[in-house]
Design a protein around this ligand. Structure first.
Ligand code: PXL
Length: 282
């Protein structure tokens, strides 16, 4: 039997409000891939709740990676999500140099709905763009794509050609493949478009659009892509699986009371479907 593939995911642990590690670990495990963790911080909740207690783990990162060097651990992939500071970006850049070799997947978590999250600065954006040059795959939402390209936010209405141009420009930052999430060309459909600069091909996938904002869905999307790509799926298959699963989770969330939304979408209910799809040949 082939050995199990092992990736390492670099992001925070938000104790309440499903996102980052509490989403990535169950999803990647469900897809039959071992997920190791390089935790960047522990927060009492994600930052959409006011005033979370934060334990920054920046100082632990060199200690953890030094031990990993001693024991000779290797990874088939590195998946980075929410990173909290410039110093962490520098440390993770070095981590990719030291532990790369497999594929590098960067979700440049920085903003949404046209706005940079409050704690990030323009300098952080520039440094994140530099980190993206080390990736095989980057997965910004449209807000993050515009930030990375230093362009004004394109808003809610745009053409397919505009998104293709953004995707090409994103791979110009240095990543081989770019996936942009939160793309919509009609009021009732939402999904993602991707570009592979090596083969010069575009792929896209769309599902039903549910009105409203659903926290943590970017992390769900990225985690499914990582599971699928590590498992040997093509970019087209990974994007289709991720859009399908994210839309299923959002569909289930829409049936829940509005006030439960801050806690994230009920992806747990959709995991059986993901397990089935992840182990079925497309
Ligand atoms: O979902 C991205 C994310 C991850 N981690 C923390 C966050 C957010 C988004 O707001 O606050 C702590």
């Amino acid at each position: 039997m082939e050995r199990m593939k092992r990736i390492v995911t670099v992001q925070d642990l938000s104790c309440v409000g499903k996102c980052s590690l509490t989403v990535a670990l169950p999803i990647i495990s469900a897809m039959g891939v071992e997920a190791s963790v390089l935790p960047t911080a522990v927060l009492s909740s994600h930052t959409l709740f006011p005033h979370p207690a934060v334990c920054d783990l920046t100082a632990e990162i060199p200690r953890i990676t030094s031990h990993w060097r001693d024991i000779g651990v290797t990874f088939d992939g590195i998946y980075t999500g929410y990173l909290g500071s410039m110093e962490q970006l520098d440390l993770i850049s070095r981590f990719i140099d030291d532990f790369g070799g497999g594929f590098v997947f960067i979700d440049p978590v920085m903003g949404d709905h046209g706005h940079l999250y409050a704690r990030f600065t323009p300098d952080f954006v520039g440094r994140m763009a530099a980190l993206c040059a080390k990736a095989d795959v980057i997965v910004p939402n449209l807000t993050e794509a515009c930030l990375l390209l230093n362009r004004p936010y394109i808003g809610e209405t745009y053409s397919e050609e505009t998104i293709r141009g953004i995707l090409r420009a994103l791979t110009g930052l240095g990543a081989k493949q770019a996936i942009v999430t939160g793309v919509s060309f009609s009021p009732d459909r939402l999904g993602a478009m991707a570009y592979d600069s090596v083969t010069d091909t575009y792929v896209s996938s769309f599902g039903e659009r549910v009105p409203g904002s659903f926290h943590g869905t970017g992390d769900i999307f990225a985690s499914v892509c990582v599971g699928a790509l590590t498992g040997g799926r093509t970019l087209r298959e990974a994007v289709a699986l991720a859009v399908g699963f994210t839309c299923e989770c959002i569909g289930q969330a829409a049936a829940l009371p509005e006030r439960s939304r801050a806690f994230g979408v009920p992806f747990e209910w959709a995991l059986p479907l993901l397990i089935e799809k992840a182990h079925t040949s497309l």
